[in-house]
Design a protein around this ligand. Structure first.
Ligand code: ADP
Ligand code: MG
Length: 728
């Protein structure tokens, strides 16, 4: 055979392992490519160092003189490591990262060449913003965009380029990126959580949100991926018969990591360590050729940058090992998809995790306060939490093969369920000394520091409490974590703000003691938010019916889910917390709708092309072989041929039926696409693509997959599922 497929398969037979030695001294070179506190101390004057540290810790401005000093030192540090270029590194609304490289090289007034990099270049740049999505912000305001240095995320070196993390905003102030709203949300949570944390420790002056992401991905031989136009152009297989063996034996999960993958992982991790990404865990995932990488959690802003950076470098390193990384949430039908669990917690400036039970009743009351407020925040904003993980690609993952469903719920485990039940019975009003003692000794005093049932077992929960953090599991593997972190921190900030007002009111107006007031408010929260708590299996009609009764939303597709991002409620929330204004929210909504339609449009085109130009010609080809065979049988057997050639003739007919199925459905899909393209209303267009165009994908696929089963394996042009999933 000489199909593209057969050549790709040939290639995989000759792969050479690139041997990689495991690094034994990670700590020695951790962050060696980062302009971190240590290198700053070494390269900056005391004044400049303090300026930057103040800005990181307290958000104070850095004046131009100091910026000049920092720029110059950054340049010297970078040049000492062989760097030639610099770039403002930012995260536009495409979801990825962007960079434009400039050389340090400049010509002085005398025409002589010199290496220059000043405060101006460090602090602000104006990339050609017109090619990044703005959802109409720039048109409306006729404003250009600029990138501005974010000192809270340290500069780093990648290759020979100094990368300076920046935010990307319009001159009128509107955010044009994913980072600006995140930074505002982190400010909001800091302010509100600090206010609440002061009930328990008046010395607290800062609360940080932390994020520990777990990145799942597929790793497939490069030649095999390149031979499939659907994978190359859409990141997922649009057709393909399931492999006889899939993940049912569970023999991949936590199994020994294949050699070639191991080499890739070692190299990737070395790169991560240099860049200061504290990678810690690596293992096989459930599906064949699926893997996971997780770092130690960090302050959320930094963790978001690190994940964005990882998603960029992971592909580059895989390529060296002749592998392709698939970050898509559902590259293969019928096989587990990939998620990016966002582990989230809050900690105060003394390093105490506010979502971790402790040794004293006071610590535990603090824990319960943050725990219950988070639950209430999710309950009140369940639609928004669903909306923030909605993308065309994640729609395929949610609700199947162990991924959480589209219904938002919170898993808390048996022990904490019991604690909430006890708290629900706390007396309304002032508490007797006996009741207080009882609560201290028998309820909050009995919360174990280690919660045994809060492990990973309930994988279908979209938002699970796992002992000392919440794990937002519905986030998709391709997503930029900034968005989920923006929403989560904003809704919890708002909730904590309301909580503090309610507690203070009871203290001021009713002369309640602080802990009495807290118990009273928490009791009401538990009663109100019960409907979001769910410990069971998130699959199937049963939970969907139950969720409906509870009034929880169940938006299965992106166009329907994201509408809540621009509801009056959402706009008021984001404006009150000063995270995004109406213009910014609506701009993002437009961009997401457009991205959705474009994705489905591309998938439709690619599927049409493969079905018509790859599958049908192959089917016809094979059919001709059968026809020749039938003719020959007729020559040999004469009248009797009908019995001898029966199967072949049936097959010839079936092939024709499937060919006609593909053709008619593809034309119908094209018609629906045309209709969808006629409307200028992005909301309508996305709905048309979702409800009228997309359903044809499965219908077309059905016929193609049937043909795959009938046609001579030698002729089939597309690399098969078993080959992609089991080639190591
Ligand atoms: P496992 O779930 O494998 O037993 P852990 O619970 O220690 O391991 O961590 C799982 C993930 O949760 C890791 O990515 C880690 O970074 C993250 N994580 C642990 N503690 C926190 C925290 N306080 N805040 C945010 N993320 C955390
Ligand atoms: Mg996990």
């Amino acid at each position: 055979m000489s199909t593209f497929r057969s050549r790709a398969l040939q290639e995989t037979l000759h792969r050479k392992l690139i041997p990689m030695e495991e690094s034994k001294n990670r700590s020695a070179y951790f962050g060696s490519h980062v302009f971190n506190e240590e290198s700053m101390q070494q390269y900056l004057t005391k004044e400049a160092f303090e300026g930057v540290m103040n800005s990181i810790r307290h958000g104070s401005n850095i004046d131009r003189k100091i910026a000049d000093q920092v720029a110059n030192s950054m340049k010297n540090w970078a040049i000492s490591k062989g760097v030639t270029h610099y770039t403002h590194w930012f995260q536009p609304l495409t979801g990825g990262t962007a960079e434009k490289h400039d050389a340090f090289f400049e010509l002085g007034e005398d025409g002589k060449a010199l290496e220059r990099f000043g405060g101006n270049e460090l602090v602000q740049q104006e990339p050609d913003a017109s090619s990044f999505p703005s959802g109409g912000i720039r048109n409306t305001f006729e404003a250009r965009g600029y990138t501005a240095w974010d000192p809270t995320s340290p500069a780093f070196i990648y290759g020979t380029t100094l990368c300076i993390p920046t935010i990307f905003v319009a001159y009128t102030g509107e955010a044009l990126d994913n980072k600006t709203p995140l930074l505002r949300a982190l400010n909001a949570i800091d302010k509100q959580a600090t206010g609440v944390a002061k009930y328990f420790d008046k010395n607290v002056s800062k609360v940080n949100a932390s994020l520990g992401w777990e990145q799942e991905y597929f790793l497939i031989d490069k030649a095999l991926v390149l031979s499939r136009p659907d994978l190359v152009l859409t990141g997922r297989t649009l057709l393909g018969q399931t492999s006889a063996k899939g993940q049912q034996l569970d023999d991949h999960y936590f199994g020994s990591i294949p050699q070639r993958v191991m080499s890739f992982m070692i190299e990737l991790e070395k790169e991560c360590i240099k860049l200061g990404i504290p990678v810690k865990t690596r293992h096989n995932e459930v599906a064949p050729n699926q893997f996971e990488l997780a770092p130690i959690h960090e302050e959320a802003n930094l963790a978001v940058d690190h994940n964005a950076l990882l998603m960029d470098i992971i592909g580059k390193i895989a390529s060296k090992h002749q592998l392709k990384v698939l970050l898509h949430e559902k590259p293969f039908k019928g096989i587990n998809g990939s998620g990016k669990h966002n582990n989230w917690s809050l900690s105060n400036d003394a390093g105490i995790n506010l979502l971790s039970p402790g040794k004293t009743p006071m610590r535990n009351l603090q824990f319960l306060t943050f725990f219950i407020n988070t639950i209430k925040a999710i309950y009140k904003n369940e639609e928004l939490m669903r909306a923030v993980v909605a993308t065309a690609s994640n729609d395929h993952r949610l609700g199947s093969n162990e991924a959480p469903p589209a219904v938002m719920s919170v898993f808390i485990g048996e022990q904490l369920t019991a604690v909430l039940k006890d708290l629900e019975n706390v007396t309304d009003g002032k508490l007797s000394p006996e009741e207080k003692t009882d609560l201290k000794l028998n309820v909050i005093g009995k919360i174990p520091e280690i919660l045994l049932d809060n492990t990973d077992r309930n994988r279908t929960s979209p938002f699970a409490f796992t002992g000392n953090k919440f794990e937002f599991r519905a986030v998709g593997s391709m997503a930029n974590c900034a968005n989920s972190m923006t929403v989560l921190n904003t809704i919890v900030a708002k909730q904590l703000k309301d909580f503090r007002q309610e507690v203070d009111r009871l203290i001021d107006n009713k002369a309640f003691k602080k802990d009495e007031a807290i118990f009273n408010v928490l009791r009401e929260y538990i009663k109100e938010s019960k409907d979001i708590l769910f410990e069971g299996n998130g699959y199937g009609k049963e939970w969907e019916a139950e969720a409906k009764k509870r009034g929880l939303s169940n938006n299965k597709t992106t166009p329907k889910a994201i509408k809540s991002k621009v509801s009056r409620k959402a706009i008021d929330l984001f404006e009150e917390m000063e995270v995004m204004n109406e213009t910014e929210l609506k701009a993002r909504y437009e961009i997401e709708l457009e991205a959705y339609s474009l994705r489905i449009q591309i998938e439709g085109r690619v599927l049409g092309d493969i079905a018509m130009n790859h599958v049908i010609p192959t089917a016809v080809n094979y059919q001709n072989t059968l026809i020749r065979n039938v003719r020959g049988l007729k020559e040999v057997f004469g009248k009797e041929f009908e019995t001898v050639a029966k199967e072949q003739m049936d097959l010839i007919k079936k092939i024709s039926e499937h060919i006609s199925g593909i053709t008619s459905k593809t034309s119908a899909m094209v018609e629906e696409r045309k209709k969808a393209n006629k409307t200028d209303d992005e909301e309508k267009k996305a709905l048309l693509y979702c409800d009228q165009v997309k359903p044809y994908f499965e219908l077309i696929r059905y016929h193609c997959d049937k043909l795959e089963l009938m046609i001579d394996d030698e002729l089939w042009p597309l690399v098969k599922y078993r080959e992609m999933l089991f080639t190591r």
